[in-house]
Design a binder for this molecule. Sequence first.
Ligand SMILES: [Zn+2]
Ligand SMILES: [Zn+2]
Length: 228
Amino acid sequence: MNFPSSVIYIIPILAVWSGFAFVWFTKPNHTDNIKLLLAFSGAFLLSLTFFELLPDVYEGHDPKKIALYILGGILLQVFLEFFSKGAEHGHMHVHLEENKFPTLLFLSLCIHALVEGVPIHENDSILYAIIIHKIPIAIILSIFLINSTLKFSTTLLFIGLFSLMTPLGSYFSTTPLLTDYGYLLTSISIGVFFHISTIILFESAQGHAFNLRKLVVIILGIGIAYLV
Ligand SMILES: [Zn+2]
Ligand SMILES: [Zn+2]
């Protein structure tokens, strides 16, 4: 299936805002179901990376070069998490100063979301993975921001700008300057996806206790990725 480009730009914005609206209207106070959704999104994103993105970037290109860019993507994400403290995989450990805009958290999340937008225009099924990844992340981020000392207008600005980053990444990757490097940019995104999705799966197994519901959603994530 081929989505029109307007859909590619609008859907990721809606995903972020629907996460925010969900928190604003329902004020969720237990996050068990969000964690299940997070585990599903990790499995789904990882599977689609294997099924769709990896074979594409290796085709007709020097495997060693591709591998370097993928590893570069992993490193980029490791670096970003020094500043975001894991917000892009559903972890909120940032301590906010009173009424001060969390610039480092914001910038690291924005760079992450920009990179995420790159493979979308080439690969429609990755759009599903990004949406399903963005909703629980937006929910967790919104719970954090709404409960912080930030002004509501600042929270809206944060969410608003953040929601634009993935479409911007998709847009930049189609500009003539960058299209020739599309497969390399996608390789960097693959590294980012590897890192966040494996961390989501790793962290969702709390204390490595057996959790049937989590196992089921992870298998579902893999199964559905196989079918789309
Ligand atoms: Zn974490
Ligand atoms: Zn992300």
